[in-house]
Structure formats: C-alpha cells, structure tokens
Design a protein around this ligand. Structure first.
Ligand SMILES: NC(=O)c1ccc[n+]([C@@H]2O[C@H](COP(=O)([O-])OP(=O)(O)OC[C@H]3O[C@@H](n4cnc5c(N)ncnc54)[C@H](O)[C@@H]3O)[C@@H](O)[C@H]2O)c1
Length: 343
C-alpha cells in the first residue's frame, strides 16, 4: 500500500455511521468529510451525543462542496434509496468513485446509466452487499463451486423479519413507495443478491404479495411468496415478510441437492444449521457473525469493514470488486421483474 484512500460519507443515519466507523478503523483509509442534508448538531442530538467523536471531521450540508474537495477518492452514498442515483451521478461527474448502499438504485434505467457513466469516466461503482462476506455464505459458495453437492435440485429461502410502526414512523422515507420501494429493495435485496451470486438469474417468476398488517404508514406489501427457477437450473421458492411479531425470526436458505442437503439459518443466514453431504464433514465456524444493531431494530450482517477493505484493495491493488455496479444493476433488474407482479 503506497497511499491511503480518502473517503467522504454522505448521509449520517443508521448505516452512514457504520461506514464512518469502518473507514476510521481501516489503517489504509482516511475520512475526509461528512455530509448530510440536516445539520450535524441535529444528528448528534438525535443520537444523544454519542457521535461527538466525529467533531474533529469536517461536516458539510451540501454535496457540491464535498465534491469540490480534490483529495476525496470515494463518495460513500448512505442516503435513502431514491436519492442514490442523483448523488452517484453527480459524484462520478466530478471525478469520484462511488460506494453505493443497497439497493444501488430504485430503477434499472438509473442503474444502467450509472454503469455507463462510470465506464466512460473510468471510475468504479462499488455496491454494498456485505452478506457476501459472511463465513457461512462464503462456505456455501465454495461447496457449490467445488460441486460437492452434485446437481442442485431446489433452493428455498425464508426471510421473516420484524419492521414495526416505530421503524416506519421514525424516518421520512421508510414505507413510501417512491422513496423506499418496498421490502425487496430495503430489507431483502441482500438475500436476492446472495441467491443471484450463488445460482444466477431468476427466471419464470411467479409472485404473490400480501399486506398482513393493515397499516397506513406502509404504501406497499409487507409479505410475499415467490416461485421461480434459476438460470443455472434449480427450482426455487422465496418467502418473505416484515410483519413478524416483535422481532426478526430468521433468514434461511435450504439447498436440496443430489449428494447433500444444507440449511443455513439464524436471523441473518449466519448459522450452518444442517449439513449432510456425501463424504463431507460438517464444518464449524469459529465466531458467530454479528448483525447491525440499530437499537430499536436489527439489520443485516455487520461486515462493512470488509466492504471498505475491498474498495481500497480494488483502487490500490487491482483486486476484483466484491459487488460491482453491473451486479448491483442485476439485483435491481431482478427486483423490478418480481415487482412487475404488483397490481
Ligand atoms: N447494507 C445494509 O445492511 C444497510 C442497512 C441499513 C440501511 N441501508 C441502506 O442505506 C441507506 C440509508 O439507510 P439508513 O437506514 O441509514 O437511513 P437513515 O434514514 O437512518 O439515514 C439517512 C440519512 O441520509 C440523510 N439524507 C437524506 N437525503 C439526503 C441527501 N439528499 N443528501 C444528504 N443527506 C441526506 C438523512 O438526513 C439521514 O441522516 C438506504 O439506502 C438503505 O437501504 C443498508
């Protein structure tokens, strides 16, 4: 490593602070600027002043001022889903690489434009899909690639989480169709990404949606039942819900195959619950993966340090991007295909 990669984080909400902490922790990175549409004082007040350790960083209320800082290499986009496209496009235009929180955008048209723009301007689009770094998921990918399971017959995914009234009412964008997009964009795009990463595109989709909780603060379904098949062959089902009572229940994947059966479960696909593979011993994973804990609710795997490390390694050492803009685009396309079943 010959130099540090310099980051600016836009959007200091739940996930923006995880980016900030990961950048501060990484010895090959430097945090140059923080920005949000609301004042830093207001953000600190909301977090009961637990963010005063960030006082020493320069804070901006305006994206264009951040983009004028010549030494910033990467803009971390941690704002609501609907704003990702505009901020990313403006950042690339100003010669910055972008690290975009999931989902990359809310429309494939916008994601396409970003991929093209970045290519034309020789910039990287990094997407955040940190579950790809989860030890259980990395293990499953290896087992599949090594063909230990033989032919894969079917794959079954259950994502059952709790997102309650206070979650939706505590933000000005969650639950709004045009700003949030729905559970497949905001909660479960991680698991769509894992399925795409492991098995390929979603074909012949059938989808049915329900709104079990009759709430007026959510403008879309809270639950869905899907069947489809992967471009690599296996049949698949995906059941999801954010209407689970009180707390997240599980995110699990079951793989039924010619020479084995595997179930990865836990709340965040973090536990190998069942592994029966011909001539293969069930591995043990040394440490349980932690999740992003936001106080009033819990999110996906806490792997943002790995995401930042990959960004640095791509820029400095020509490593492969963990989740590229083209892959982020593919996830948006798959979700769009599923949501075409919305009436
Ligand atoms: N990778 C993950 O596991 C993960 C987890 C949570 C959220 N996310 C994603 O991160 C993004 C942010 O989610 P969150 O939960 O942190 O939201 P949040 O509401 O907690 O925070 C968003 C922040 O962005 C600021 N903001 C809004 N519009 C802005 C703009 N145009 N310019 C500058 N600042 C702006 C808001 O004031 C707020 O501080 C979303 O896209 C979400 O889907 C990803």
């Amino acid at each position: 490593m010959n130099r540090k990669i310099k980051f600016a984080v836009i959007g200091l909400g739940h996930i923006g602070i995880k980016h900030v902490d990961a950048i501060i922790k990484d010895q090959n990175s430097e945090l140059i600027a923080l920005a949000d549409k609301v004042s830093f004082e207001e953000i600190k007040k909301k977090r009961q002043n637990e963010l005063s350790y960030l006082d020493r960083y320069k804070f901006y209320n305006n994206l264009s001022d951040v983009l004028k800082i010549p030494e910033v290499d990467v803009i971390n986009i941690c704002t609501p889903n609907s704003s990702h496209y505009e901020i990313a496009s403006e950042s690339i235009k100003n010669g910055k690489h972008v690290l975009i929180e999931k989902p990359m955008t809310l429309s494939s048209k916008h994601a396409h434009l970003l991929v093209k723009q970045a290519k034309n301007q020789n910039k990287f689009v990094f997407c955040v899909m940190q579950n790809r770094f989860s030890p259980t998921i990395m293990w499953l990918k290896k087992v599949i690639e090594q063909k230990k399971l033989g032919a894969i017959f079917s794959v079954h995914v259950n994502c059952f989480w709790n997102r309650n009234k206070s979650y939706y009412l505590s933000s000005d964008w969650h639950g709004k169709l045009d700003l949030d997009g729905g559970p497949l964009f905001t909660q479960f795009s991680h698991f769509i990404d894992i399925l795409y990463w492991l098995f390929g595109d979603f074909l012949n989709i059938n989808a049915k949606f329900s709104k079990f909780r009759k709430s007026d603060y959510i403008e879309f379904e809270d639950s869905g039942v899907l069947n489809f098949n992967f471009s690599s062959g296996p049949k698949a089902t995906l059941n999801y819900s954010t209407s689970i009572w009180e707390k997240n229940f599980e995110s699990s994947i079951i793989v039924i195959a010619e020479r084995g059966t595997v179930k990865i479960g836990g709340q965040y696909m973090d536990k190998l619950e069942y592994c029966n593979i011909e001539n293969y011993e069930k591995p043990t994973f040394s440490s349980a993966l932690s999740c992003n804990d936001y106080g009033s609710y819990k999110g996906s795997a806490a792997n943002h340090g790995k995401v930042i490390e990959n960004v640095i390694n791509v820029i400095l050492n020509s490593h492969k991007i963990a989740t590229s803009g083209s892959e982020g685009l593919k996830i948006v396309e798959i979700i769009e295909k599923i949501y075409s079943f919305r009436k």
